[in-house]
Design a protein. Structure first.
Length: 441
C-alpha cells in the first residue's frame, strides 16, 4: 500500500513539473508576441506615419493582426493545459477519497478487534496458549507488529487527508488561474477586433485611393530597376576583376616557370664549365607536361583563389545568417504579394520595418562593391547581398566587411515608415533572403 502510494506521488510531481514548464514556455512566447506588437505599434504611431494610408502601414497592421491571432491561439493552448490540470487534480482528489474510504474501513475493523481484545487477560491467554517458548516469542512479536500496523493505518489516514487538502488547494488555484486567463483571452479578442477594424479601414482607404497605391507601386518598380542595373554593373565589374586576377596569377606562374627553367639551364651550363669531361650533348629545355585530363572549370566566373573559401562559407550558412537589423518585422516578403483590391506585385527583396536610426548590419563577410545613395551592395564570392534604404552609410567601395559590421542606419521609406530592404542574388538569379537568415519566432 505504501509503495503504491509513493509511486503515485512521484508520478503526480513529475506530471505537474512538465505542465508548469509547458505553461512557462507559452507565457514566454506570449510576452515576446506582445513585445513585437508593441514595437510595431510604436512604428505606426510615429510622427512620419501619422494620418497616412499606405502599403507599409497596412503591412504593419497585418503583422499585428497575425501576431494577435497567435496570442489568442497561445492563450487557448494555455487554457487547454489548465483544463487538463483541473481534470487531473479532480481525478487525484477522487482517488484520495476512495483511498480514505478503504483506509478508514480497515482502521475501523482493527479498532473493533482491539476493543474486543482490550483486556490483559486476552493478551496473556493468547501468549500462554503457545505450544512452546519460540511460539510464544513469535506471538509477542505478532502483537507488537499488529499494534504498529494500527499506528501506521492512522498515520496513512492523516497523510492522505493532508495530500487531499493540498490537491483541493491546487484545484482552487487552477480554477482561479483559469478564470484570470479567460478574462485575458476576452481582452485580447477585443484587441483583435480593434486591430481588424483598423485593418479594414486602411484596406478600404487604399482601395478608394488608387492614385496613392499606384504611386507607391510605381516608386517600388522604379527602385527595383535602379537596383537591378546596379547589381548587373557590380556583377560585370566583379567578373572582369576575377578574370584580371586569374590572368595575373597565370602570368605570375608563367614567369616563375620561365625563371626556374632559366636557372636550371644555367646550373647545367655552370656544371659543364667546371667539369670539361662531362658530355657535350646539348640540353633541351623542359617541355610542358601534357595531360588528357580535362581542366576543371570554376563554379562561376566570379570565383578566384581569393574568394572561393568565402563563397563556400556563405553557402554553408544557409538558414543561419543574422538579420540586417536586430529588431523589426517583415512587411513585404520576397515573391508575390497580394495588394488591397486583389492586385499582386512580385518583388525580389524582403522589406523589414524597424525604428529609424537602427543600425543596419552586413549579414556575412564580404567586400563592398557599390555605394550609391542609400544602396549598398556587398559581394560574398559569387553571391551578393544588397541593402536598400540605408541612411548615414558608413562604408565605401572596396571595404572588406565582417559579419555584423554596421554599414549605415535605417531611414524612413517613401511611406514614412522606418524600413530597410535586403536583396540576395548570384550572377544569374535572385533568391529569397529569408531562406538564408535565422528563423525568427
Amino acid at each position: 500500500m505504501l509503495r503504491s502510494l509513493f509511486s503515485f506521488l512521484l508520478l503526480f510531481i513529475f506530471a505537474n513539473a512538465a505542465t508548469a514548464q509547458t505553461r512557462e514556455e507559452l507565457e514566454k512566447q506570449r510576452l515576446q508576441l506582445k513585445k513585437d506588437i508593441e514595437e510595431t505599434q510604436k512604428l505606426l504611431n510615429s510622427k512620419n506615419a501619422e494620418a497616412k494610408q499606405n502599403l507599409s502601414v497596412l503591412s504593419l497592421i497585418n503583422n499585428n493582426v497575425n501576431r494577435q491571432d497567435r496570442v489568442i491561439e497561445n492563450i487557448s493552448k494555455d487554457l487547454s493545459i489548465l483544463d487538463n490540470n483541473i481534470y487531473s487534480i479532480q481525478k487525484d482528489i477522487n482517488k484520495y477519497d476512495r483511498l480514505l474510504d478503504t483506509l478508514k474501513q480497515e482502521y475501523a475493523k482493527s479498532m473493533v478487534y482491539a476493543y474486543k481484545n482490550r483486556g490483559n487477560y486476552e493478551f496473556l491467554n493468547f501468549i500462554f496458549s503457545a505450544d512452546n517458548f519460540n511460539d510464544a516469542i513469535k506471538r509477542v512479536a505478532y502483537l507488537k507488529s499488529y499494534r504498529n500496523y494500527r499506528e501506521m493505518q492512522g498515520e496513512n489516514i492523516l497523510r492522505t487527508q493532508e495530500l487531499r487538502r493540498q490537491r483541493l488547494e491546487d484545484l482552487g488555484v487552477s480554477k482561479k488561474t483559469k478564470s484570470t486567463t479567460l478574462d485575458l483571452q476576452s481582452k485580447e479578442m477585443t484587441e483583435l477586433e480593434k486591430q481588424k477594424a483598423e485593418q479594414d479601414k486602411v484596406v478600404k482607404a487604399l482601395q478608394k485611393d488608387a492614385k496613392t497605391l499606384n504611386n507607391s507601386l510605381a516608386a517600388k518598380k522604379k527602385q527595383a530597376v535602379k537596383v537591378k542595373l546596379l547589381i548587373d554593373a557590380a556583377i560585370k565589374e566583379a567578373i572582369a576583376e576575377a578574370k584580371r586576377e586569374s590572368a595575373r596569377l597565370a602570368e605570375e606562374k608563367r614567369k616563375r616557370d620561365a625563371a626556374a627553367e632559366t636557372a636550371r639551364l644555367k646550373a647545367i651550363k655552370d656544371n659543364k664549365a667546371s667539369n670539361p669531361t662531362t658530355s657535350t650533348t646539348p640540353v633541351k629545355p623542359l617541355t610542358p607536361v601534357t595531360t588528357t585530363k580535362p581542366i576543371k572549370q570554376p563554379e562561376s566566373e566570379l570565383l578566384n583563389s581569393e574568394n572561393i573559401a568565402l563563397n563556400a562559407d556563405f553557402k554553408k550558412n544557409l538558414g543561419s545568417l543574422p538579420w540586417p537589423v536586430d529588431e523589426g518585422s517583415v512587411i513585404m516578403h520576397y515573391g508575390m504579394n497580394t495588394l488591397p483590391g486583389g492586385g499582386k506585385i512580385n518583388v525580389v527583396s524582403t522589406t523589414i520595418s524597424s525604428r529609424i536610426g537602427t543600425p543596419v548590419k552586413v549579414i556575412f563577410d564580404g567586400v563592398v562593391k557599390v555605394v550609391n545613395d542609400d544602396i549598398v551592395i556587398v559581394q560574398h564570392g559569387r553571391y551578393f547581398t544588397t541593402y536598400i534604404n540605408v541612411g548615414n552609410v558608413s562604408v565605401r567601395k572596396g571595404d572588406e566587411l565582417k559579419t555584423g559590421q554596421t554599414i549605415g542606419r535605417v531611414q524612413a521609406n517613401d511611406d514614412g515608415i522606418g524600413a530597410v530592404e535586403i536583396q540576395a542574388s548570384d550572377e544569374r538569379n535572385n533568391f529569397d533572403p529569408e531562406r538564408w537568415l535565422k528563423r525568427r519566432g
